[in-house]
Design a protein around this ligand. Structure first.
Ligand code: SF4
Ligand code: SF4
Length: 337
């Protein structure tokens, strides 16, 4: 079998869809997302440290990759995040990217938020743990009680490599074994290992329906254990949007999301209880709005963050929001129903 062509970021190819405005022009041809979303208690402080990643997955909604050194959070913005965090009683700090572990201040951020008694989530692509520069990182995270939320498109090699590139599955398995060897994924609440499986151009199954199947398959085939499965719908933005356009699947996928609207998914949407901070300190309702440049409060950044004002905003919605409300619902924490 011949190797698949290498995937590169939209940004490096200078294609029109690298622009959030172009992406929104495509999405706005579909039905308006009607529900008005209001903030609930702020539980999650999500910091996107930047777009640098050691991988270049086909369905990446961040347009991350090894070339994205242009988008990295500065130390001054990291400090502003910590000051803003102290205005809130959010219990969880969710570190994402790119690959957040590639940021030079990653360990500093983990130490700083752990010292504040926050629960820390590391959104990890698994293979990053195998890089020589990250030797010992898995154990270091475990010692600090950091939850690992690791993306793995499927427990079968073919489906995973199709999304993440040839060889990605084998590296994922090696990294999962490493995490198990330092105590992750064995029911210890201080070493939680969750797997996220972004679907293809179809609705994610309800996670409780498939978690058992995943656990049995990974244990049987590789002796790997993990704590929980988070099933996500793929968002029709960035490189997944490009794939939908190129493969002629965009209309079908959008209609599937729109007709799959589930009113019960609305209450648990992450934009209601999360603040999403971009590498350059802008504020968003969620990571998806961040990638579409849909600022929540254009006048406010992390530098002049005002918690009371943040809680009074209206969530910015567009047709991609149907990706969160279709079927069982979909958020960074998996199904919302
Ligand atoms: S999907 Fe995750 S691992 Fe893949 S390129 Fe994007 S940020 Fe990196
Ligand atoms: S994309 Fe999802 S999480 Fe973000 S604003 Fe829309 S419904 Fe909320």
């Amino acid at each position: 079998m011949s190797a698949r062509p290498r995937i590169t970021s939209l940004s490096s190819r200078h294609v029109p869809l690298a622009s959030p405005r172009e992406q929104l022009a495509l999405l706005d041809r579909y039905a308006r997302f009607e529900p008005e979303l209001t903030p609930a208690h702020l539980d999650v402080f999500q910091i996107n440290l930047g777009k640098l990643c050691n991988m270049t997955c086909r369905h990446c909604h961040v347009d991350a990759g090894p070339d994205r050194t242009d988008a990295m959070m500065s130390r001054a913005t990291v400090e502003a995040c910590l000051r803003a965090l102290d205005q809130t009683d959010a219990g969880t700090v969710d570190l994402t990217g790119g690959a957040p572990e590639l940021h030079p201040d990653f360990r500093y951020v983990v130490e700083s938020v752990s010292a504040r008694g926050k629960h820390v989530i590391d959104r990890c692509n698994l293979s990053v743990l195998l890089l020589p520069r990250n030797e010992g990182l898995a154990a270091w995270l475990g010692e600090r009680g950091v939850e690992i939320v690791a993306s793995l498109p499927h427990y079968r090699q073919r489906s995973t490599d199709a999304q993440r590139g040839d060889g990605a599955f084998d590296k994922s398995i090696e990294a999962l074994r490493l995490l198990n060897s330092v105590g992750y994924g064995k029911g210890d609440p201080r070493k939680m290992l969750s797997l996220v499986n972004p679907a293809g151009a179809f609705l994610a199954p309800k996670q409780s329906d498939v978690e058992g199947e995943w656990k049995a398959a990974l244990e049987r085939d590789f002796g790997i254990t993990f704590d929980r499965l988070l099933a996500l719908n793929n968002m029709p933005i960035s490189r997944f949007l490009e794939w939908l356009v190129d493969s002629g699947n965009l209309d079908d996928y959008m209609q599937r999301l729109i007709s799959g609207f589930n009113p019960e998914a609305v209450a648990g949407l992450m934009c209601r209880n999360t603040i999403s901070i971009s590498w350059d300190g802008r504020l968003f309702d969620c990571d998806f709005n961040q990638m579409l440049d849909l600022d929540a409060e254009p006048e406010m950044t992390i530098e002049n963050f005002d918690f009371a004002r943040w809680q009074e905003r209206r969530v910015v919605t567009r047709p991609h929001c149907f990706g969160c409300t279709a079927g069982a619902g979909s958020s960074c924490g998996g199904s919302t129903t």
